[in-house]
Design a protein around this ligand. Structure first.
Ligand SMILES: *Cc1c(COP(=O)(O)O)cnc(C)c1O
Length: 371
């Protein structure tokens, strides 16, 4: 049996370099609560991402929950069913009713032309997701938000480092939320962040992630503990050194996949978008069972038999989970494109250290016609 290949594999910093930083922490005995590594990591990240302010969190889900809290979002929020379940859970944790909007076929993102029909007097915000790091249509989304007086919170968990015309897409909307989970392109084991251009809002977010403390005796609201600790901040600083190399290797792997998969009847994938700097977080393919002769499930199983663990991101749709499927907006008639794509998509293994031979093996198994 060949060695197992999983959908992703985290890149880690050099152990020796990390040990050096740990020694500093051991000496200072400052292990959390906005220490020097935390401060430095925020500065370096803002520089790398070409943004003004960033607030670090212990994970992306807490960052999403606090982002909604910081903007005092209530009532109903229009979002996408085609994402990781944490997007919608963050709404639920704020007692907000999710309203699912269908997606585009060309980028897997929320379809802005379908948002307006979902707005009610209770709607307070739109929460799109830059799925697979593909930028949403921010102009159309912002236009609707401006007309109806809605906030826009981007779940940018997949969008670390993505740029549009040399500018970070994390500047869009009122807030953007990142995840640094082990499975993401940029990982700090677990971690996350909120990005905002608003200095005062950053301050409020920083209070909220530390129990609401504005100073030793003042609590400004229902804060939570979402802080990133010093061991993780130091780890993250080292990760920043190699992120460009990681993304470049991912890009080469994606281009190799594309080359091998071109002209296979019934298999399609996205190419790079114009004026976009991608981060190559995922490599989703779409399998058309009528043209290809096999279903997505059959391909998924075939790979699994060969010790290759592709993932059906995103299946099922969030709107199909028990927690949300009774909502009126979860009805599949309202979500025809998402319902179609969720049955066709398969994310193939992708990470920096993936070898060309691995990719050749994966494509060979996919394209083998018999059984
Ligand atoms: C990973 C992810 C999250 C959650 O991030 P964690 O850091 O794992 O809590 C949220 N939204 C999307 C779209 C994600 O992929």
């Amino acid at each position: 049996m060949n060695k197992p290949i999983t959908v992703t594999q985290p890149s880690l910093p050099e152990l020796e370099e990390y040990t050096e930083l740990l020694k500093t922490i051991w000496e200072s005995k400052i292990i959390t609560n906005n220490g020097d590594f935390h401060k430095q990591f925020e500065i370096e990240l803002a520089k790398y991402l070409k943004i003004q302010n960033i607030s670090l969190f212990s994970n992306g889900t807490l960052a999403l929950i606090v982002a909604l809290k910081a903007l005092r979002i209530t009532g109903e929020v229009i979002t996408t069913p085609y994402s990781f379940v944490a997007s919608t859970h963050a709404l639920h944790w704020n007692d907000i009713k999710p309203v699912f909007c269908d997606i585009n076929e060309h980028d897997f993102n929320i379809n802005p032309d379908k948002i307006e029909a979902l707005i009610t007097p209770k709607t307070t915000a739109i929460m799109p997701v830059h799925v697979y790091g593909n930028p949403c249509n921010k102009e159309k989304i912002q236009k609707i938000a401006d007309i109806y007086g809605l906030k826009v919170i981007y779940d940018a968990a997949h969008a670390f480092g993505v740029e549009c015309n040399n500018k970070s897409i994390l500047n869009w909307g009122d807030l953007s939320v990142l995840s640094f989970h082990a499975t993401k392109t940029f990982n700090t084991v677990e971690g996350g962040a909120i990005v905002t251009n608003d200095e005062k809002l950053k301050k409020r977010i920083d209070y909220l992630k530390n129990f609401g403390f504005a100073d030793e005796t003042t609590v400004i609201g229902y804060g939570i503990n979402g802080k990133m600790n010093e061991l993780i901040a130091a780890y993250g600083l080292l990760q920043l050194k190699s992120i460009d190399t990681q993304i470049e290797k991912r890009k080469q792997n994606v281009n190799f996949y594309r080359k091998l998969l071109t002209n296979i009847e019934g298999i399609t994938f996205l190419n790079d978008f114009e004026n976009i700097k991608h981060n190559f977080t995922y490599f989703p393919i779409l399998i058309d069972k009528n043209k290809f002769g096999k279903t997505r499930e059959q391909v998924y199983e075939k790979l699994k038999e060969n010790n290759i663990f592709a993932r059906r991101y995103f299946y099922p749709l969030i709107s199909q989970f028990n927690a949300y499927k009774e909502l009126p907006s979860a009805a599949i008639e309202n979500l025809p494109v998402a319902t179609k794509l969720t049955k066709m998509v398969l994310c193939l293994p992708l990470y920096a250290e993936l070898e060309c031979e691995d990719i050749e093996r994966i494509v060979k198994i996919i394209s083998k016609k018999s059984s």
